[in-house]
Design a protein around this ligand. Structure first.
Ligand code: FAD
Length: 536
């Protein structure tokens, strides 16, 4: 970002995005507290750049940006705003702004670019005097890809990931952080040992399950409402060198879901369970994002798939015919880690044993071996390709939800089979998670059922497509189906308090409101989540 670094006196001029009174307050704070704010002027390229996020749907311009180099600058800013006479000024921590609906924006407020706190990472392979477990201590603005690179140098890595690694530690811990490892290890918020947080009153607090636990659990999954995560200690485990990465096709949703649920069930024999399990809805067409072309790993497999899609491949003729005639298909993505020393017949036998109980279409299995880093960073190649085609910086009307397992078949017939058009234009994920891996003390909201599915509708709004508004309307219809089936919105954004209450449920909502009063009584933090109005 190229930010305006206009001298303070000029910043308070008429073109400041703030009402004059608030402009003067910020100007005073800058002087009296020595804050290094960069003021923005309305509709300049700098102001427009800060108000963008991944969704490209909402654009709220802040009045100023802070590029902190220490936790004290963040605390000073929050204290100054909290003690000022303004009843409007708000503050949003921004990771990389990979939110969809303006969650990291602050309308006429201050955005804290957490990325300037990157690079303050400590990898402790043997723990320290307080903690006997290996951990990494990363800044809230650190990218997960950098965490992975640093920890792999010690042969270690966190055990729970998101599919895409160019997200910040603070950004995903404010939500949950889910991927194909979540069924076994819980979301990323389940692997946090300790955090340093700046609360909405500007206090710097170190918290953990035993020190200031109320703040610790409120912040995890707390949508940025209770404090800014400036450091997080994350548990590390030994990292495998390589990954066997498998995709296997299904034409029958019931068979697909039964296999997925079997794979995530607690098995005594951990050696024979996959380390990663995800599922995808595939459209029976040649779309590169969710058609046949998105499934195989190599051009040869591509040919096999084309042959199968025209039902000419001899193996599994019944399954092939069913697959060829289905509008919607499904594929399982599973992976198992191993070390180079394991390569050989024993590894092959182990994988065979893991695949044996599954009922996918045998001729439609694709497999490849890649490094652990390449596997975890798998979306990056797609990013580079989309960037090269100018298809990365487009609006993303994404929808992420959690659907209880008891309703997923109904959801399939109502949504995948009916509401989703054949030309969908983006991946659709559907994979199960275990409720018992989520700590009920965190603020994250999930369905109250032992197994539930993450369902993600990740389409891009291209100029040639159906138009952004119609995509948002389609998402609203899907969200209604989800809520009617007792599902929950993941990465939520609602506009009415009643909707938030329903989202949290009465018990969790009461705790959420209490925590807001305790940790951010003026409702200064994360205004883009649109939960609490700013107050005095
Ligand atoms: P931002 O968008 O910058 O911020 C999100 C919210 O967190 C805002 O309210 C902000 O104020 C707050 N916040 C940011 N930093 C801090 C901090 N340090 N302390 C307190 N609050 C803070 N999610 C998954 O769970 N699994 C996935 O597999 C996954 N894949 C994704 C793939 C892509 C390509 C994209 C764009 C997103 C994906 N997400 C996924 C969603 C992602 O985890 C969330 O949108 C996350 O919030 C983005 O992190 P960010 O650093 O960009 O946060």
């Amino acid at each position: 970002l190229h930010l305006d670094t206009t001298p303070v006196a000029a910043a308070a001029s008429a073109s400041c995005v703030l009402e004059n009174a608030d402009c003067k307050i910020l100007e005073l704070l800058q002087h009296n507290h020595g804050l290094r704010l960069s003021f923005l002027q309305e509709n300049t390229s700098s102001a427009v750049a800060v108000s963008r996020d991944w969704g490209l749907i909402k654009h709220l311009q802040p009045a100023a940006v802070l590029h902190p180099t220490s936790v004290h600058e963040i605390a000073e800013l929050i204290r100054a705003v909290a003690s000022s006479s303004s009843t409007n000024l708000t503050i949003a921590a921004k990771g990389v702004g990979h939110s969809i609906n303006g969650q990291s924006q602050a309308d006429k407020g201050v955005v804290i670019e957490m990325s300037t706190m990157k690079g303050m990472m400590k990898v402790m392979p043997y723990g320290d005097e307080d903690c006997a477990l290996p951990f990494v201590e990363a800044s809230g603005g650190e990218l997960w890809v950098d965490v992975l690179q640093a920890t792999l140098k010690e042969g270690l890595a966190p055990n729970s990931w998101t599919d895409y690694l160019y997200l910040t530690v603070g950004g995903t811990l404010s939500n949950a952080g889910v991927s194909g490892q979540t069924f076994r290890h819980g979301p990323q918020i389940s692997s946090v040992l300790q955090m340093e947080v700046v609360t909405g009153t500007g206090q710097i607090v170190t918290c953990s399950p035993s020190k200031q636990p109320e703040l610790f659990f409120a912040v995890l999954g707390g949508l940025g409402q209770f404090g800014i995560i400036t450091k997080a200690r994350i548990l590390l485990v030994p990292a495998p060198q390589k990954v066997r990465w498998i995709r296997a096709m299904y034409s029958d949703f019931e068979v697909f879901r039964r296999d997925q649920e079997m794979l995530i069930s607690e098995m005594e024999d951990q050696l024979h369970t996959f380390d990663y399990v995800e599922g995808f809805v595939m459209m029976n067409n040649q779309d590169p994002t969710n058609g046949w072309k998105s499934v195989p790993f190599s051009p040869d497999a591509d040919q096999a798939v084309s042959a199968m899609s025209s039902s000419t491949l001899p193996a599994d003729p019944d399954a092939a015919a069913a697959a060829a005639s289905s509008r919607v298909l499904y594929y399982l993505e599973a992976a198992v880690g191993y070390n180079l020393a394991d390569v050989g017949p024993a590894l092959e036998k182990r994988v065979e044993k893991m695949l044996a109980p599954l009922s996918f279409i045998r001729s439609l299995m694709f497999s490849t071996d890649v490094s652990y880093f390449k596997f975890l960073n798998r979306i990056h190649d797609l990013e580079l390709s989309l960037r090269a085609q100018q298809l990365w910086d487009v609006p993303h009307p994404w929808l992420n939800i959690f659907v209880p397992a008891s309703s997923i078949t109904t959801f399939d017939s109502l949504v995948f089979q009916q509401l989703v058009p054949v030309e969908y234009g983006g991946p659709i994920l559907v994979y199960p998670l275990n409720r018992n891996k989520w700590d009920r003390r965190t603020a994250a909201v999930v369905p109250d059922e032992e197994v539930f599915y993450l369902v993600a509708f990740l389409r891009n709004a291209l100029p040639s497509g159906p138009g952004l508004q119609s995509m948002l309307d389609a998402n609203a219809r899907i969200l209604r189906v989800c809520e009617d089936l007792n599902g929950k919105h993941y990465l939520p954004r609602y506009t009415e308090e009643e909707q938030w209450k329903r989202h949290f449920g009465s018990e969790k909502w009461t705790a959420f409101v209490q925590h807001k009063h305790m940790f951010d009584p003026h409702a200064i933090l994360a205004p883009g989540q649109n939960i609490f109005p700013r107050n005095q």
